[in-house]
Write a protein that binds this ligand. Structure first.
Ligand code: ATP
Length: 299
C-alpha cells in the first residue's frame, strides 16, 4: 500500500514548550486518520508541520513523497487544508470567496459552486463572509479546502462549531471523500465520531503518540470484556451465572447484565437456552480507552 504521509522523529518546540516531542507516523494512501488528544497535546502543531506551515526543529516529513517545507508549490494543488483559523476574504460573499479560491488553483466558477453545494451553503452564497455564523464559516473553510479536489485533506476540528444536522452532513461528506479514495487526516474532540469514521486514530498527549491503531483494536486491547444485556423475565440470575464464559452477573432495572470475554460462546449458550430476542451487547468505547490513557499519562 502506498504512503501518503511519512513522519519520522518529529520535534517542534515553542521556547521551552515541546509541542511535538518525538512523533513518528505513517499514513497510507486512502486512509482516514483521526488525531485525538487533550487541549495543548500538540495535535495542531503536528498537523501544521505536516502541512508545511511550520518548520520542524528535528525529524523528517514526507507528504505525497515531497518535503512540505518550505512552502512546496508542487504539493499545493494536491493537498487541502482547513485550519482552526482559516483565512477568508471577509468582504466578499461566500460564493465570491470560493470563486477566488478556485481561481488561485486555475479553476473556474463551476468548481467553486460545486464546493458550495457540497457543504450545503448554497442559500448563503450571496451573504458576506463576515456575516456568516461560526458554523457557516466553518463549512466555508471546509469548502475552501476541497474546491480543487485534492487527494489529501487535513481538517482541524471540522465539526467543532457545527449543529447536529450539519455534523451529520459533514460526516457524510467525509465518508464520500474516503469513498473517492482521498486520504483524510483530521483532529477532533468527538470520540464517538472518531470511533465511527476513522480507520485508525492516533491519541496524542504531551507531544507524543500514546496509542495508535484502529478504534476496534484499541478498544479490544484495552478492555476485551463484552456485556450482554438480557431481560430478566427471560433468564434468572442463578441460571445466568452458570452459562459458559460468564465472569459477572449484575442486575440493572429490568435487565440482567452478563459480563464475558467470550461473547461468541455465551451468545450461543443464551440462544440455545432462551433465544436471542431482545438481547443487546455493550462493549467499551473509544472514549473509555481515551480517558484511561489520558488519565494515566497525566498521572
Ligand atoms: P487544542 O486541542 O487545544 O487545539 P492542540 O493539541 O492542537 O490543542 P497545540 O495547539 O499544538 O495543541 O499546542 C501544543 C502546545 O504548544 C501548547 O502548550 C500550546 O500552548 C503551545 N503552542 C501552540 N502554538 C504556539 C505558538 N504559536 N507559540 C507558542 N506556543 C504555542
Amino acid at each position: 500500500m502506498s504512503t501518503a504521509i511519512d513522519v519520522v522523529g518529529l520535534h517542534k518546540s515553542y521556547g521551552d514548550v515541546h509541542a511535538v516531542d518525538g512523533i513518528s507516523l505513517r499514513v497510507a494512501t486512502g486512509e482516514f486518520l483521526g488525531i485525538l488528544g487533550p487541549n495543548g497535546a500538540g495535535k495542531t502543531t503536528l498537523i501544521e508541520v505536516v502541512e508545511g506551515l511550520r518548520e520542524p526543529d528535528a525529524g523528517t516529513v514526507r507528504v505525497l513523497g515531497e518535503d512540505p517545507h518550505p512552502r512546496n508549490r508542487a504539493l499545493l494543488p494536491r493537498i487541502g487544508v482547513q485550519t482552526q483559523s482559516s483565512a477568508f476574504f471577509t468582504r466578499l460573499t461566500a460564493r465570491e470567496h470560493l470563486r477566488t479560491m478556485a481561481a488561485l488553483y486555475g479553476l473556474g466558477d463551476r468548481e467553486a459552486d460545486a464546493a458550495l453545494e457540497r457543504v450545503s451553503l448554497v442559500e448563503k452564497a450571496d451573504a458576506r463572509v463576515n456575516k456568516l455564523s461560526g458554523g457557516q464559516r466553518q463549512r466555508l473553510a471546509i469548502a475552501s479546502a476541497l474546491v480543487h479536489d485534492p487527494e489529501l485533506v487535513f481538517f482541524d476540528e471540522p465539526t467543532a462549531a457545527l449543529d447536529p444536522q450539519a455534523r451529520r452532513d459533514l460526516w457524510r461528506l467525509l465518508l464520500e471523500l474516503k469513498g473517492d479514495g482521498k486520504t483524510i487526516v483530521y483532529t477532533t474532540h468527538h470520540l464517538e465520531e472518531a470511533e465511527t469514521l476513522c480507520d485508525r486514530v492516533a491519541i496524542v498527549s504531551g507531544g507524543r503518540i500514546v496509542a495508535l491503531g484502529s478504534p476496534r483494536d484499541l478498544i479490544g486491547e484495552a478492555d476485551p470484556r463484552v456485556q450482554l444485556v438480557v431481560p430478566r423475565r427471560r433468564l434468572d440470575r442463578d441460571t445466568a451465572a452458570t452459562l459458559p464464559g460468564v465472569i459477572q452477573v449484575d442486575v440493572e432495572g429490568e435487565d440482567l447484565v452478563l459480563t464475558t470475554e467470550d461473547a461468541g460462546s455465551l451468545l450461543t449458550a443464551i440462544s440455545a437456552a432462551v433465544g436471542l430476542d431482545g438481547i443487546r451487547t455493550r462493549t467499551a468505547s473509544l472514549e473509555d480507552v481515551y480517558l484511561d490513557l489520558i488519565g494515566a499519562s497525566n498521572a
